[in-house]
Ligand binder design. Structure first.
Ligand code: 13P
Length: 353
C-alpha cells in the first residue's frame, strides 16, 4: 500500500505541466561558493540568502517554472524580510523540492574515477521532515562517466541504478515525488553513438531496479543528460543530431508511464541547452512524455552576471529571459537569439563533487 499514491501522481503531473520546467538551485555550499566567487561575492549565509531570495521573488517566474530544487539550508531559510523562502516560492505558484542525496563517494571495486551516491541511511526520517517543511519532490544525483578504459563498469551502473531506485521508493513513502537523475558526465572524447549506447544500458538498469523496488512510475520524473558526444571530441555535431539521438534514447528506454523527462544542462552553454531542447520538441511524433528542462547552470549564468550581488532587477530580468526561452523550447517554439543568453562555456571537467 502506498499512502500518497494519488498525491504523487498529481504532483508529478503538475511539475511536468506543459510549457514549464524546473529551476535547479540546489548547489551544495561549496558549489554555490564557486558560482559566487565568479562574481567576486563571498560565500556567506547572508549572500546565499540574498542571491536565492532574489530568485524567489521574481515576479512571473511561475509562468515558466513549475518547481525549484533547493539545498537543505534554503528549505529552512528565511528571506531577508522574515518570510520563509518556502512561502516566497508558494507565492509564485511554484512547488518547492529538495536535494536529498549526500554527495558522491569513490566506488571501491570499480574504476578509480567511479562513484556511488550516499544518503540512504536515515532517508525515510529526513524525507518525512522535508514534507512537513513544505517540500513535495526530491532529487538524487548519481553520476556515471565514459572513458576509453572501461567506464562505466557494470558494477557502477548496477550500484547507481539500485541507489536511485531505493531512494525513489523511500521518497514516495513520504509523499515526495522522486526525480531520478542518472547523470552521464560530458568528460571525454567519445562519440555521440558511444554516449547513446552507455545511456541506454544505464536507463534500462535504472528502470529494472525501479521495478524491483516497487517504484510507482507515474509518481516519478526522470532527469537525464542529453545524448551528446564527449566535451573533448572536436567533431561538429548538429543540434538536429543531438535531438534525434536523445529522443531515440528516451523512446527506447523510458517507460511511457513516466510523466516527464526534465533534462539537466550538464555544462552545455545557455543557448545550446535551449536550442537542443527546442529541436527535440520540434521532432514530429517524438513521444508522448513531456520533454522539458531542469537546468542549474544554464538558467543561472546570465542571471549571476547581471546580479553582481546588488542589481536585483537586472538579475531577475536575466533569469526570466532564460526561463521564458526554455519554456518556449519545451514546446518547440523557441527562436534562437530572441532572448539574451550567454555562450560562455559552463563545462567543468570532473564536475562531481
Ligand atoms: P546543471 O543543469 O548545471 O547540470 O544542474 C542541474 C542539476 O541539478 C545537476 O544535478
Amino acid at each position: 500500500m502506498m499512502k500518497y499514491k494519488e498525491e504523487l501522481r498529481e504532483t508529478a503531473s503538475q511539475l511536468a505541466a506543459q510549457g514549464k520546467g524546473l529551476l535547479a538551485v540546489d548547489e551544495s555550499t561549496p558549489t554555490i561558493g564557486k558560482r559566487l566567487a565568479g562574481i567576486n561575492i563571498e560565500n556567506t549565509e547572508k549572500n546565499r540568502q540574498a542571491y536565492r531570495g532574489m530568485l524567489f521573488t521574481t515576479e512571473g517566474l511561475g509562468d515558466y517554472i513549475s518547481g525549484v530544487i533547493l539545498f537543505e539550508e534554503t528549505l529552512y531559510q528565511k528571506h531577508l524580510d522574515g518570510e520563509s523562502m518556502v512561502s516566497k516560492i508558494h507565492n509564485l505558484g511554484v512547488i518547492p523540492g529538495i536535494k536529498v542525496d549526500k554527495g558522491l563517494s569513490p566506488l571501491s571495486g570499480g574504476h578509480e574515477l567511479e562513484t556511488w551516491c550516499k544518503g540512504l541511511e536515515g532517508l525515510a526520517e529526513r524525507t518525512a521532515e522535508y514534507y512537513e517543511q513544505g517540500a513535495r519532490f526530491a532529487k538524487w544525483r548519481a553520476v556515471l562517466q565514459i572513458t576509453a578504459d572501461g567506464c562505466p563498469t557494470d558494477l557502477a551502473i548496477r550500484e547507481n541504478a539500485w541507489g536511485l531506485a531505493r531512494y525513489a521508493r523511500t521518497c514516495q513513502d513520504s509523499g515526495l515525488v522522486p526525480i531520478i537523475e542518472p547523470e552521464i558526465l560530458m568528460d571525454g572524447n567519445h562519440s555521440i553513438e558511444r554516449t547513446a549506447e552507455v545511456q541506454e544500458k544505464v536507463l534500462v538498469e535504472v528502470y529494472r531496479a525501479c521495478a524491483e523496488n516497487n517504484v510507482f512510475l507515474e509518481g516519478t520524473l526522470l532527469k537525464p543528460s542529453m545524448t551528446v558526444q564527449g566535451a573533448e571530441n572536436t567533431n561538429k555535431v548538429s543540434s538536429e543530431e543531438v535531438a534525434k539521438m536523445t529522443v531515440r534514447t528516451m523512446n527506447r528506454c523510458v517507460p511511457a508511464a513516466v510523466p516527464g523527462i526534465m533534462f539537466l544542462s550538464g555544462g552545455l552553454t545557455e543557448e545550446d541547452a535551449s536550442v537542443y531542447l527546442n529541436t527535440m520538441n520540434s521532432i514530429e511524433n517524438k513521444s508522448t512524455t513531456s520533454l522539458t528542462f531542469s537546468y542549474g547552470r544554464a538558467l543561472q549564468q546570465s542571471c549571476l552576471q547581471a546580479w553582481q550581488g546588488k542589481n536585483l532587477e537586472a538579475g531577475q530580468k536575466a533569469l526570466m529571459a532564460r526561463c521564458q526561452a526554455n519554456s518556449e523550447a519545451s514546446m518547440g517554439d523557441y527562436v534562437s537569439g530572441s532572448q539574451p543568453s550567454s555562450q560562455d562555456t559552463l563545462f567543468e571537467a570532473g564536475y562531481k563533487y
